[in-house]
Design a protein around this ligand. Sequence first.
Ligand code: NAD
Ligand code: IPM
Ligand code: MN
Length: 362
Amino acid sequence: MTGKIALIPGDGIGPEIVAEAKKVLDTVAKKYGHEFEYETLLMGGCSIDAYGEPLTEESLEKAKASDAVLLGAVGGNVGNSRWYQVAPNLRPEAGLLKIRKGLGLFANIRPAKLFSQLKDACPLKPEIIGDGFDIVMMRELTGGVYFGEHKTEEIDGIRKSTDIMAYDENEIKRIAVKAFEVARKRGKNVTSVDKANVLDTSRLWRAVVDEVAKDYPDVTVKHMLVDNCAMQLVMNPRQFDVILTENMFGDILSDEASMITGSIGMLSSASLGAGKLGLYEPSHGSAPDIAGKGIANPIATILSAAMLLRYSFDLDEEAKAVETAVEEVLKAGYRTIDIMSEGMTQVGTVSMGDLIAEKILG
Ligand code: NAD
Ligand code: IPM
Ligand code: MN
């Protein structure tokens, strides 16, 4: 098959990790006889430098015209780099929000699975880890407080800021349906996470999730308050199958879920909408503290490329081959610094990409 992939390396470690994911996609193309056509687009700080805005309309249109988008990460040191001396809608992260909204990507899937080889990198005790966990975080991505009204004003000399969190029932319903569909194909268990003891949006969320649940009698649903969920994730992660939650709660909980898999450098993600076009990116940021050092873990981005093959191109066998190659390289003892443990061989970003690509070729 042939496919058009928009590559958005972004800022910081973005270009380093996207290069490795592209290497893996090229290897898959070679082995299985596919042809991927790439177009590189600017987004984030690099786009601000080139065009004065984090994502131009032209780049957004090119992303829309592609079959899939592979993204690294955007942003710099928040607050103290030149990219943050401008209005919020012109900062690097605004480009990311614009592309998610512009492509209608309301469902963000972040699989937090503990690879058995990484038990030593997991900060939880062995008795909590047990035989491992396999969680899918289903985060609503185009609503909630991220997209409500934002303003900062000064009233009688007092500065005041407002961020509005809003959801309508259709926004909740479509992400809930996705979560139940995913759960049906795996552990048949949805934990819907909210703050229904305080927030109206959460009370509506809970009601709509219960309505959707009626169409999935084979899937059990449980509601959990978000503060409790943050605690349960480190106390008993094995209880979770699919976690369904709103935008900001999902942002926070997915970083927590990533760390119990060993490192934020392991957590991939797929952002999907109604059609086949998806955006694939690691869940972590641009890591300005390690950018340019050649030590970033490219696995989250490589696993995101596997999701791209699966969800946008229906190439399940190829996606599996990438995932298996990652497991085999971990089994062989190779580690980037963030997942390093005693007795393992430490490698940099490029070597990790090479090792995974070699395993795919077999
Ligand atoms: P971050 O995820 O970039 O980094 C947090 C910590 O994790 C750092 O110590 C970093 O070195 C480490 N880390 C992250 N990815 C790693 C990897 N692949 N390998 C090894 N270590 C890794 O979060 P932050 O520091 O809070 O944010 C930095 C910038 O990234 C900010 O501008 C933020 O807005 C942006 N950001 C972008 C995205 C995105 O583009 N999707 C996501 C999160 C944060
Ligand atoms: C993520 C990031 C983004 C988010 C930021 C950079 C806007 O943290 O993808 O998790 O909050 O969604
Ligand atoms: Mn985040």
